[in-house]
Write a protein that binds this ligand. Structure first.
Ligand SMILES: NC(=O)c1ccc[n+]([C@@H]2O[C@H](COP(=O)([O-])OP(=O)(O)OC[C@H]3O[C@@H](n4cnc5c(N)ncnc54)[C@H](O)[C@@H]3O)[C@@H](O)[C@H]2O)c1
Length: 359
């Protein structure tokens, strides 16, 4: 049983990962300031988790930018965590263009603060939420981890900056006169996980994605149109160089993603000092029109749409090469588009107002 700090544990990916880790027998402290989430998600996690797991999750309200909150989290963890999984952050590309400093503050300064606390409390094992956004406009599809990191928006810049900070930490040199001239490195075990497009929900339909305000991702938008909360889906571009003219993305079920975190945690915890950089995607792309059709089938509702102009900065294709995660972690995404739509719809239908809905 590992003792793990989960920052941003109440969020979409964090809550599903807390559940998977509890089911695997780990002990967790979830630290979250609920800036973009609700504490209800973690109450639901406890309700779904096996009874024996309930005592293994503690929740602390606090901000990763506040060193005292981090000290408090470490003391709740008994002074020492075996590992940290770091989800806390802001994730909207559009908002990052309007408020870049908020993104540098939370995503970069917050991460730096967390790393300082980890060093202070002798924890050197970290799983970090990075993003396929770091690839910008990739030259080759599928995208391998060796593709250049060249983000094209402030959100992507902050993820790339934290990735660089972690690489610098992993190669820190410690002066050690006793073993001179060879230099020692601190025993960092780091996984930089580059997610593609997480969607869906836990099959119980009790936890799911709950965006604040109008969603910027396709799936919550499609769900809200299917529910009649929005009149139509706007599809940005019908003339991309793809088979049906709409953009293609690599969607990954959030439960597969959560299991990827469990695999990364266990690989690091049992493994040598190392830094892994891994794509977490399915390796299969779907167009916007394919998603609409699959969602209509899963929900039995129609999803009206209209084509509008392309958005500046969008790319026609983004599909992961996930084979390195398979090799390093023995992990592959297993759930298909039908399951993503079915589980996402089960959540949305029963929670039309997210966690503000009764149920
Ligand atoms: N969902 C995606 O499409 C996607 C894709 C790639 C990467 N990511 C990254 O994965 C991570 C989790 O994403 P998510 O989809 O679960 O988002 P989310 O918004 O649902 O979760 C983020 C969580 O972090 C918390 N948080 C934000 N600022 C904080 C702070 N200063 N201190 C403490 N907690 C704070 C929020 O309250 C929330 O619970 C983020 O770092 C995001 O950038 C997400």
């Amino acid at each position: 049983m590992a003792n793990v700090l989960i920052t941003g544990g109440a969020g979409f990916i964090g809550s599903h990962t807390c559940l998977v880790l509890l089911e695997a027998g780990h002990q967790l402290v979830a630290l979250d300031n609920f800036a973009t989430s609700s504490p209800e998600s973690l109450r639901r996690v406890l309700a779904i988790a096996p009874p024996a797991a309930k005592a293994r999750l503690r929740v602390l309200e606090g901000d990763i930018r506040d060193p005292l909150a981090l000290d408090q989290a470490f003391s709740l963890g008994g002074g020492r965590f075996d590992a940290v999984i770091h989800f806390a952050g802001l994730k909207s590309v559009d908002q990052s263009v309007r408020e870049p400093l908020s993104y540098w503050d939370v995503n970069v300064a917050g991460s730096r603060n967390l790393l300082s606390a980890m060093i202070k409390h002798h924890c050197h094992t970290l799983v970090f939420s990075s993003s396929a956004t770091v690839y910008g406009h990739p030259h080759h599809i599928p995208i391998a981890e060796s593709a250049p990191v060249q983000p094209i928006n402030p959100y992507g810049h902050t993820k790339a900056a934290v990735e660089q900070m972690l690489a610098d930490l992993a190669s820190t040199v410690i002066e050690n006169q006793a073993v001179a001239p060879s230099a020692e490195r601190p025993p960092w075990r780091i996984a930089r996980l580059r997610y593609f497009n997480p969607v869906g929900a836990h099959p119980s339909g009790r936890i799911g994605e709950d965006p604040l305000g109008p969603p910027s991702n396709l799936f919550p938008f499609v769900s809200q149109v299917a529910l009649g909360q929005r009149p139509a889906l706007r599809i940005f571009g019908a003339d991309w160089p793809t088979p049906d003219g709409t953009g293609i993305r690599d969607y990954i079920h959030v439960m597969d993603l959560a299991e990827g975190h469990l695999a990364a945690l266990e690989a690091l915890w049992n493994g040598p000092a190392q830094m892994l950089t891994l794509n977490l995607g399915r390796g299969r792309g779907y167009s916007v029109l394919e998603v609409v059709k699959a969602f209509e089938q899963a929900s039995g509702r129609s999803v009206p749409f209209q084509f509008v102009a392309r958005r500046p900065g969008d790319a026609p294709w983004s599909v992961a090469d996930p084979s390195e995660a398979g090799r390093q972690l023995g992990w592959w995404a297993r759930r298909d588009l039908e399951e993503m739509c079915r589980d996402g719809w089960a959540w949305q239908r029963s929670h039309p107002q997210g966690y503000r809905s009764v149920g």
